[in-house]
Design a protein around this ligand. Structure first.
Ligand code: GAL
Length: 837
């Protein structure tokens, strides 16, 4: 029988848990040969239990993403108070309509060759959803309720040296415990670490860079020692080398531990001419520490870090390395659409790549702790992070929400988050809560202070905020004043009042916009609408629709452009996510969000180009909407919008000029915002070019963009598509690593013979993969589609979908084929190599 002896030296090294170079420390990743069941019996804890009939799964694993969808999965009969609902109603799709509720058991048999008497062993779960009870060899090891957090247990006493060990994990998800799809199962990685008795414990280092200038950076490294018995002065020494990105040693220190050090080595090192980490050049360094007892090497541990400064100056803003930097941020839930919540590096990196191309420089991991792979990718790709914790404190939003655990677990959960990520340069801020009902309770500011003080205690080097959506209360009851950074969700019209009353003299848009749109769907007439409901369960991609509490992108751009104390925003949301199909609360089969700037399949909606035109200052954007393929609109008013960074443009329909438009900078935050101005799209006129009276006729829509000096600098054309002809395939990556995990995301489009997108086509497309990879999953971004994410076929939505191909462990070539009735099929070649990338 195959076992899980995966020496993951490199992975481990890069995850920041410590290195696997020394024999003194070894790591195993428990990935393969897990057994899984949805049954629930006490006997499953028993090492001898025969689980051979259970399902074979690989971890990370999300048991619920395989469906089937049903209105009865976690149907919630509630009134959503935060959304202003007074009466309870049936919310079927609120948590995604997938079967995550209930119990699941996982078992894994493993050996730990490096473990013997005198050694220490620790098990680390990056995250397990949820209420994890962990057993080894029939004995209970521990319990951790919060599904989003990383937790670890000392399992030294539970392991059998040289023998097979049995790990059993019971998980249980309760109904009405979430406001979105939480996923289910051991959806993140599981590690076993073996060390000497004297070692550096999990998250045992804390690295800060208290002084940074052009000449040098002072690096302070605090390293905990875990050892048994009395420790004599000088018995242990720590030798640390700092290496730059090329592996060159740039600083070092050797430090004995004295009895006054209280078990923590304190090392100061100087890096000359440091290369700073920022979002353009995310330079990383590594501190490699060796622990010695006398001359004997006991442990090696590596800490990846960046050298960068962060500062908030009242009335001026947020500064990264001394440079004023607005947060051009998005909120992201943790699911990866059709992949569910199961962590996948390729999926995570694709999300970050797409966001970066849009100009995003920061992500808020709403409303909980991110996966280690996510933080690592942000470190390496140059993305700032606001790492979040809780959607509830003591007051419930959900019957079975986190409030039940808060008293006993909040501090432990917060400490684990901070210890896990306090050396990661991408993390610039901790977020201690989201729209907690405590906002309205006099005296509850004490809880905010309690949590914020934990952050300061564990990591004085980062900012602390929370997302508040009750400005009326919090600016008058100390709640907002308590926060180091006052973070507001929505209601930007309340920023001036908050600024006037609060001491911080800075406002952060922790959550903004919640504009809603469906990719490729256009509604008429084009007017601003709150909470629109349409029969097709979609909303308009003209980007004029929002929720009753929310607004449009420009309603926020204008705040952060015009108010010197507004330091940027985190838009709800970068990608669509499973669950929360607002405004279709009660309209099954609607079951995934419409908030995303990018849809659930990872395909940009029109709105993507609006943000890109404003945020991505390194690239030009020139995007025309709507798709020019209407069957029944000839002669009817069909506005054309252009999203561009250029100040003006002229529009032509079938060669006939529709006039030139210029962004109207006379609109400011001070002279807009009343109902009339909002309805007249005044703010939009400053950021988008809109021809409101154009009439539809099939043919060509062309735009010529002009720069500030009036030179014609770029043009773009879209055409009415002819008859659907073939399938066009475009992969995000055509070279994959042969690791059985790497993914290629293939955009499949129905096009006419000239390659024009047939944006109204909804035919079913089927997939086949041959060779060194497999078809893995598919999504089309239609929030009302109940088609399986795993079946190798799906209907196109607005002419497109994304199919996902997974690499095998063997190198070779994958031929991926997409076919559909009435169309020429297409084949795409993907290379799978051991080296990858
Ligand atoms: C906010 C909340 C988010 C999401 C969003 C939708 O109030 O923090 O989790 O529900 O509204 O607009």
């Amino acid at each position: 029988m195959k076992r899980n002896y995966f020496a993951v030296a490199l992975l481990w090294l890069s995850m920041g848990y410590g290195s696997a170079i020394a024999q003194q420390r070894s790591e195993i990743l428990l990935e393969k040969d897990w057994k899984f069941t949805r049954a629930d019996q006490e006997a499953f804890t028993n090492a001898k239990y025969n689980d051979s009939k259970w399902q074979n799964v690989t971890v990370p694993h999300d048991w619920a993403i395989y469906g089937p969808f049903s209105a009865n999965n976690d149907k919630q009969h509630v009134a959503i108070a935060q959304d202003g609902q007074k009466e309870a109603s049936e919310h079927a799709g609120r948590t995604g309509g997938l079967p995550f509720v209930g119990v699941g058991w996982y078992r894994n048999k493993f050996k730990v060759p490096a473990f013997n008497k005198g050694k220490k062993a620790t098990i680390i779960f990056d995250g397990a959803m949820s209420n994890a009870t962990v057993y080894i060899n029939g004995k209970k090891v521990g319990f951790w309720p919060y599904g989003y957090n990383t937790f670890h247990f000392d399992i030294t006493e539970f392991l059998e040296a040289g023998q097979e060990n049995t790990l059993a994990v019971r998980l249980e998800n309760f109904p009405e415990s979430s406001r979105w799809y939480p996923g289910a199962g051991i959806y993140r990685n599981v590690h076993i670490v073996v060390t000497e008795a004297a070692h550096i414990p999990v998250w045992g280092t804390q690295l800060t860079t208290p002084v940074i200038n052009q000449e040098f950076a002072r690096v302070n490294l605090k390293t905990k020692l875990a050892a048994t018995g009395q420790i004599a002065d000088g018995q242990f020494q720590l030798s640390t080398e700092i290496k730059d990105a090329s592996g060159k040693v740039v600083a070092s220190a050797k430090t004995p531990l004295s009895k006054y050090d209280q078990g923590t080595f304190n090392q100061e090192m100087i890096v000359l001419k440091p290369e700073l980490w920022d979002t353009e050049n995310p330079t990383l360094y590594t501190a490699l520490s060796k622990l010695y007892e006398g001359k004997e090497l006991k442990d090696e541990y590596s800490t990846t870090f960046g050298i960068r400064s962060i500062e908030i100056i009242p009335n001026k803003g947020f500064f990264l390395n001394g440079k004023k930097t607005q947060f051009k941020g998005v909120c992201l839930h943790h699911d990866l659409g059709p992949l569910g919540t199961a962590v996948n590096d390729a999926g995570i990196r694709r999300q970050i790549r797409i966001m970066k191309d849009m100009g995003v420089n920061a992500i808020r991991t709403s409303h909980n702790m991110p996966a280690p792979e996510f933080v690592k990718a942000c470190d390496e790709m140059g993305m700032m992070l606001m790492a979040e914790t809780f959607d509830e404190w003591k007051e419930p939003k959900q019957k079975n929400g986190y409030h039940q655990y808060f008293d006993q677990w909040a501090e432990k959960d917060l400490v684990n988050l901070i210890h896990n990520y306090r050396n990661n340069p991408s993390v610039v801020m901790w977020c201690i809560g989201n729209e907690v009902p405590e906002q309205g309770i006099v005296g509850a500011a004490k809880i905010a202070k309690f949590l914020q003080d934990i952050c300061f205690r564990e990591d004085p080097s980062r900012f602390v905020t929370q997302g508040m959506d009750n400005p009326g209360a919090v600016i008058n009851n100390n709640f907002a004043a308590t926060m180091q950074v006052a973070g507001f969700n929505y209601r930007p019209f309340a920023y001036p009042e908050a600024y006037k009353k609060l001491p911080q003299q800075i406002i952060l848009g922790t959550e903004t916009a919640s504009t809603i749109s469906s990719r490729g769907i256009y509604k008429f007439p084009v007017t601003r609408r709150a909470m629109p409901i349409y029969e097709d369960l979609q909303v308009s991609s003209y980007d004029v629709e929002h929720c009753s509490w929310s607004d449009l992108p420009e309603d926020n751009f204008i705040q952060h452009d015009d108010l010197p104390y507004a330091i940027g925003e985190f838009v709800w949301t970068g990608f669509d996510y499973l669950g929360e199909p607002t405004p279709y609360y009660t309209n099954w089969p609607s079951h995934s969000s419409l908030f995303g700037i990018v849809d659930l399949a990872g395909i940009p909606k029109d709105r993507y180009y609006l943000y890109r035109s404003h945020w991505n200052t390194n690239a030009n954007t020139l995007h025309i909407l709507p798709a020019w393929n209407f069957k029944d609109r000839v002669g009817q008013t069909t506005p054309v919008f252009v999203y561009t960074n250029y100040p003006s443009a002229e529009l032509f329909i079938n060669g006939k000029s529709q006039g030139r438009k210029t962004k109207d900078t006379s609109f400011t935050v001070y002279n807009t915002g009343d109902k009339k101005s909002l309805e007249a799209f005044d703010r939009q006129k400053r950021y988008r070019l809109m021809w409101m009276d154009t009439k539809y006729e099939p043919g060509t829509v062309k735009v010529i963009a002009y720069d500030a000096k009036g030179n014609a600098v770029e043009e773009k054309e879209i055409r009415t598509a002819g008859a659907p002809h073939h399938l066009e395939l475009k992969a995000d990556r055509t070279k994959l690593t042969a690791d059985g995990k790497d993914l290629s995301f293939v955009l499949v489009s129905v096009v006419d013979k000239d390659g024009n997108l047939c944006s109204e086509d909804t035919r079913e497309i089927s997939f086949k993969a041959k060779g060194a990879g497999k078809f893995h999953a598919v999504a089309n971004g239609n929030s009302a589609s109940l088609e399986s994410f795993q079946a190798p076929k799906m209907k196109a939505f607005s002419g497109q979908l994304t199919a996902i191909v997974k690499a095998d462990e063997q190198a070779g070539v994958v031929y991926f084929e997409a076919s559909a009735k009435g169309l020429k099929s297409s084949v795409l070649k993907i290379e799978v190599t051991k080296a990858g990338k």
